[in-house]
Design a protein around this ligand. Structure first.
Ligand code: C5P
Length: 407
């Protein structure tokens, strides 16, 4: 059973190149037991065919507003009300503008205006269109109206430009749909979870920095799992290009010191999870101007140690989170090193993973972890970062309950 089984999604496909991703989106939703009804805008029909989407979804695909047969079988109001959730993907600049202004001049915009169900939009457009004040204004209006967003992501666009505007990947959209359709049994309702994620970036001069390959995927997946359990969820995030999990709040930071300050500001909380790959060192003296090549040879960078955020927060005597979780990325003696780290950092749980070459953990979608606590070691089989996150959050709920019983 998933949050999606037995649910109906009304998928509204806008006219953009990203429309091709709807095939995969429908397939993923169907494999999770979800019924998918689809509306194509007229422009979307230029990119995907009703026939291909009907074959994948196993349902009739709706296209024009005034189709009398459709109106007799299922009117457009009914179409949008019979769904548990409406998903607009790709949500083009034009569709967002229509939604923001309440226009209803075709089946897609009419269904969106007629619905009383949650709406999730996955924007996709050229980076300049996304950044245009008119689009940003519309997004703000829609946000105020309670429309949820997933993406857009940063990356290269079909038009050759680079920046925010790529539609979220189908798996991310499914994740966002799942958390919106999650049953309201939420053991972390009223609880606060703070998660650090991604790398830190330590400047050398105005154009250079020291950083690492952390993608932030594991931390963001944990945040989505925390939201699904009803927690007030704050991600203190280094520079990553990942969509914000719907319902989570993101505080963007660059350096380790900024990350520590942001974490301190968020204390106290019930659970703090330190999944960020914090740079151990920073440059002692950041150059004011771009460093130039010199005849005397390359400059020597003098490094100084960064604060250990996990250790600092775990060692607090006031405002310490009830449960503090660290991550340990190890290339050898994974469990033994994690046990030593548990003691050294003073946390309650270490999630240890093997990041030796070839494991594909950095930037990948799967992870093999060991949970190391004072109670012992529990090794989990390889699974997706999403599954690690869900299992981990459920485990933390149990730890929190045990702590509630003590006090
Ligand atoms: O010491 P090491 O980097 O292996 O420890 C990993 C754990 O400590 C992770 O949970 C990481 O987020 C956290 N950490 C931190 N601040 C640092 C270094 C690591 O919070 N400066």
């Amino acid at each position: 059973m998933t949050a999606l089984s037995g649910k109906t999604v009304l998928l509204i496909v806008g006219g953009g190149i990203a429309a091709y991703k709807c095939h995969e989106l429908i397939r993923l939703l169907k494999t999770r037991g979800c019924r998918v009804r689809t509306i194509l805008t007229r422009a979307a029909e230029e990119f995907v065919t009703p026939l291909s989407l009907a074959s994948l979804s196993g349902e009739k695909v709706h296209t024009a507003l005034f189709n009398l047969t459709d109106e007799v079988e299922m009117g457009h109001i009914e179409l949008s009300r019979a769904a548990d959730l409406l998903v607009v993907a790709p949500a083009t600049a034009d569709l967002l503008a229509k939604m923001a202004h309440g226009l209803a001049d075709d089946l897609a915009s009419t269904a969106l205006l007629a619905t009383d169900k949650p709406v999730l939009a996955a924007p996709a457009m050229n980076v300049r269109m996304w950044r245009h004040p008119a689009t940003q204004r519309n997004v703000k209006v829609l946000d105020g109206d309670g429309i949820r967003f997933v993406g857009p992501n940063d990356g290269e666009m079909a038009c050759g430009e680079f920046g925010p505007g790529r539609m979220a990947e189908p798996a991310e959209i499914v994740g966002a749909i799942s958390s919106l359709l999650q049953p309201k049994d939420q053991p972390l309702a009223g609880r606060k979870v703070v998660i650090t994620a991604g790398p830190t970036r330590e400047p050398i001069d105005p154009v250079r920095f020291i950083s690492n390959h952390s993608s932030g995927k594991q931390g963001y997946a944990i945040a989505a799992a925390a939201v699904a359990l009803g927690a007030e969820t704050v991600i203190v995030s280094g520079p990553v290009s990942l969509p914000i999990p719907p319902g989570a709040q993101v505080l963007r930071v660059e350096t380790a010191r900024d990350m520590l300050v942001a974490c301190e500001d968020e204390m106290p909380c019930d659970i703090a999870i330190f999944a960020a790959a914090v740079a151990d060192w920073r440059v002692d003296q950041i150059a004011d101007q771009k460093m130039k090549k010199r005849r005397t040879g390359p400059p020597v960078l003098s490094l100084t140690e960064n604060p250990d955020i996990l250790k600092t927060i775990a060692g607090k005597t006031s405002k310490r989170p009830t449960i503090v979780v660290g991550f340990a990325a190890e290339t050898e003696q994974v469990v033994a090193n994690a046990q030593a780290k548990l003691k050294k950092k003073g946390c309650d749980l270490i999630v240890a993973n093997d990041v030796a070459e070839g494991t594909g953990v950095f930037g990948g979608d799967r992870n093999t972890v060991h949970l190391v606590s004072r109670a012992g070691v529990e090794s989990w089989p390889a699974m997706s970062k999403q599954d690690v996150s869900t299992k981990l959050m459920h485990r933390l709920v149990l730890m929190l309950r045990a702590d509630d019983r003590k006090s």
